[in-house]
Design a protein around this ligand. Structure first.
Ligand code: AKB
Length: 317
């Protein structure tokens, strides 16, 4: 198996993707990297401390392990990006350009880069947003994702870089804590429910957003990366979708298991971000091109999280 490098491996998606790729291809075939120190969730295997804005260090790590495939996940998410627009632009763009140029110069076999539903803004269709809706975001994060998608398409067309991408909805997992996203409330809510605390939600009760359970997200990512090249007809980024719900609906799902769970609402600036995004996404192109299917409904996800989180909650909080 060709050696894989993951950037941002200690993040919410990175931790679970690293662990799954190591299970699938063997620990030594997957080099985890992050600007932070390694965490327990990524499992055993090589780790390098790496800032993706440092092109020379990225090159050094690639050479050291003879890297052939890169999952480039390091980025600032939407809420953090609004608080630090300079860092968001620099990290999200310079990081991606460093990876794309390296892939071109070293003829890396395949690159994965995450885009987001944040590419869409208020003028996109709210429900079942199509693949080719106008992408006019009103957030800094969204701007970096639109620009990033165009860079991916450009490097593919001009230099033949086999870069693939998904527009993730909000990703919900229990194995690590997210940081800096607008959809993160849907992770935190389970921790509060299990601790017997009232959850104070920063979104309005009826603010619907597209979401996906982490197990589905990891599967979508690996399926896309393993698909034959001729099946990939979208070289900006694929819409992918699973479930869509409001804070009120996730609270009701939790209440089926924890009947006295309570939620209160105190919307802040993140409500404006959420309001600018779609409520649900049409991902028929991904389903047709490379066979994407999700497995987890809202209640199935709630059940899985509330069953498994108690055993590890203390370790990750
Ligand atoms: C965020 O909330 O910023 C992310 C995203 C939807 O890309 N989870």
């Amino acid at each position: 198996m060709a050696t894989i490098l993951i950037t941002g491996a200690c993040g919410q998606l990175g931790s679970e993707l690293t662990a799954e790729l190591r299970k699938k291809y063997g620990s030594d075939s997957v080099v985890a990297s992050d600007v932070r120190e390694a965490n327990d969730q990524i499992g055993e295997g090589p780790f390098e401390q790496l800032d993706v804005m440092d092109a020379r260090r990225l090159d050094e790590v690639t050479e050291k392990y003879n890297i052939r495939i890169i999952y480039h996940l390091a980025a600032l998410l939407s809420a953090s990006a609004e608080k630090n627009i300079d860092l968001a632009w620099k990290l999200n763009m310079d990081g991606l350009l460093n990876v794309l140029k390296l892939a071109r110069d070293k003829q890396i076999d395949r690159v994965f880069w995450p885009s987001s539903i944040a590419v869409f803004g208020p003028d996109a269709k709210k429900d079942g947003t199509p693949q080719n809706s106008p992408a006019n975001p009103t957030t800094v994060y969204g701007i970096t994702k639109v620009a990033g998608e165009q860079w991916c398409a450009y490097f593919h067309k001009k230099f033949g870089v086999d870069v693939r991408s998904l527009r993730y909805p909000g990703l919900i997992g229990y194995k690590s804590l997210p940081g800096g996203g607008t959809t993160d409330y849907a992770v935190d809510i389970y921790h509060k429910a299990l601790a017997g605390e009232t959850f104070n939600c920063f979104l309005e009760r009826d603010s619907a957003l597209p979401m996906m359970y982490m197990e589905d997200a990891v599967k979508a990512t690996i399926d896309l990366m393993e698909a034959d090249s001729e099946k990939i007809t979208v070289r900006t980024s694929y819409n992918v979708s699973a479930i869509s719900f409001t804070p009120e609906q996730i609270a009701a799902s939790i209440r089926q298991k924890i009947s006295d769970f309570d939620i209160s609402y105190e919307p802040d600036y993140r409500q404006d971000i959420a309001a600018s995004w779609p409520d649900s996404i049409d991902d028929s192109q991904a389903r047709a091109d490379w066979g994407w299917r999700h497995a987890f409904s809202l209640d199935k996800m709630t059940d899985d999280i509330l069953t498994n989180l108690p055993a590890i909650a203390e370790k990750i909080s």
